[in-house]
Design a protein around this ligand. Structure first.
Ligand SMILES: [Zn+2]
Length: 420
């Protein structure tokens, strides 16, 4: 068994917990998963498929790991890259194409033909318009300085709902689905029984709730997963994380992920239809225990609570149903008022520490936040607040929550987006 297959087996059985070893961690290795199909474990993953005319790449990886991906593919095959498919336009999936474009230019060959869903073009337009914002939020989400790009390698060919592409002796089916993004493509290669899911499967609670990013589509996402579960794939190659081998396991992984999204979506929508405010929905909607235990459904990147909020946004407005929050007072006005009631900002900060001791970290963060807003230049209160946010970050399982709280702890006096 190769290293990737070995790690994949350990993740599946739970011998390695995804809480201990994040499945997004690239193994920096290539393994053949079916005859003529090589999987490159990177951030994001890349699949290379050998056909009669050359190679097809399914996703191309990030700029950061482009040379690793290029080197791995070239150790495996020297055939020219004829085609590349973007599963979606996220930057960790599309920037690896440059190494292969440059290679073709050096060797006097035509550049790879890139195919993607048509909405990838609008995504790149949006990215150009929001590069500053995306630098801020991605720096915070990943806890590393990100300078978001403004230039993109656009696809040469786009499609709307479904496209069959000849890879040189056999076909691949490209299917559009709204899910994590509006521009997703999943790819099924019947003759190889290989399924490439893109980020519709990532070895974690789906990224369907991301607090800082644009709308996700959990119901249509679940429909795509259900459809993928019926094709009879022997190998599932995910956008992030390790492959899943064996038809029964592939179907199980896909259908349980669909069930998680359906449960969160349908329950949230039912409560919305009953007129419940967001706070009540957040209290009520939970992941059923039989799903919460699955190794591939752990809240280590995104989390269910955020998915509920995303469903609320999908069907509703931004208002959460709390009348006091419709046109609220300035945050500092509330903070000063609460501090006055508590006997001053220092007393409020002390109360925050008491709540920490009681294990009520959400409440502790709110009290500490008010204390600092009431006395923004108080070094002691700043230190208490930072300590509380760091404690909270350490208790969170999802990368998104952990890094937002860590960012808050490190920027005690800063309001608004953090600029690296
Ligand atoms: Zn991704």
């Amino acid at each position: 068994m190769g290293r990737i297959a070995d790690v994949a087996e350990k993740f599946w059985t739970g011998a390695i917990s995804t809480h201990d070893q994040h499945p997004f961690t690239p193994l920096m290795a290539l393994e053949e998963v079916a005859p003529g199909v090589a999987f490159v474990s990177s951030f994001a993953n890349v699949t290379a498929v050998a056909g009669e005319r050359g190679l097809t790449l399914i996703d191309t990886g990030s700029a950061q790991f482009a040379s690793q991906v290029h080197g791995s593919v070239r150790e495996w095959s020297e055939a020219p890259v004829e085609l590349a498919v973007y599963t979606h336009g996220h930057i960790d999936h599309v920037f690896g194409i440059k190494s292969f474009d440059d290679e073709a230019a050096r060797e006097g060959r035509p550049a790879p033909r890139v195919i993607a869903h048509q909405a990838v073009l609008q995504r790149f337009d949006r990215y150009r318009a929001t590069a500053g914002y995306n630098s801020c939020i991605n720096s915070r989400q990943f806890s590393v300085a990100v300078s978001f790009p403004r230039r993109f390698r656009e696809p040469d060919e786009t499609y709307a709902s479904q496209l069959t592409v000849n890879l040189g002796g056999f076909d691949a089916e490209l299917h559009h689905a709204r899910g994590e993004t509006d521009d997703h493509t999943w790819i099924w290669i019947p003759s190889k029984r290989v399924l490439c899911t893109g980020d519709l499967f990532i070895w974690a609670v789906p990224n369907a709730g991301n607090p800082q990013k644009v709308q996700r589509y959990p119901r249509q996402w679940a429909e795509a997963l259900r459809k993928m579960a019926t094709v009879g794939a022997e190998v599932l190659l995910p956008g992030h994380g390790v492959p899943i081998y064996g038809e029964a396991r592939v179907a199980e992984a896909l259908s349980t992920t669909a069930e998680l999204l359906e449960t969160l979506h349908d329950h949230t929508l039912a409560l919305m239809n009953a007129g419940a405010p967001l706070s009540a929905i957040l209290r009520e909607v939970v992941v059923p225990e039989h799903l919460a235990q699955r190794p591939w459904l752990q809240p280590i990147y995104d989390e269910p609570e955020f998915i509920v909020r995303n469903v609320w946004r999908l069907y509703g407005g931004w208002w959460d149903g709390d009348p006091a929050a419709l046109k609220p007072p300035e945050p500092t006005a509330i903070a000063r008022e609460v501090a006055a009631l508590a006997g001053g900002a220092t007393a409020l900060a002390a109360r925050a520490e008491e709540r920490v001791a009681a294990g009520e970290l959400a409440l502790a963060c709110q009290l500490a936040e008010w204390a600092l807003q009431a006395a923004p230049n108080d070094d002691g209160i700043q230190a208490i607040r930072s300590r509380i946010y760091l404690l909270r970050a350490a208790r969170e399982t999802s990368l998104m929550a952990r890094n937002i709280f860590t960012d808050a702890a490190e920027r005690p006096s800063k309001r608004g987006p953090s600029v690296p």
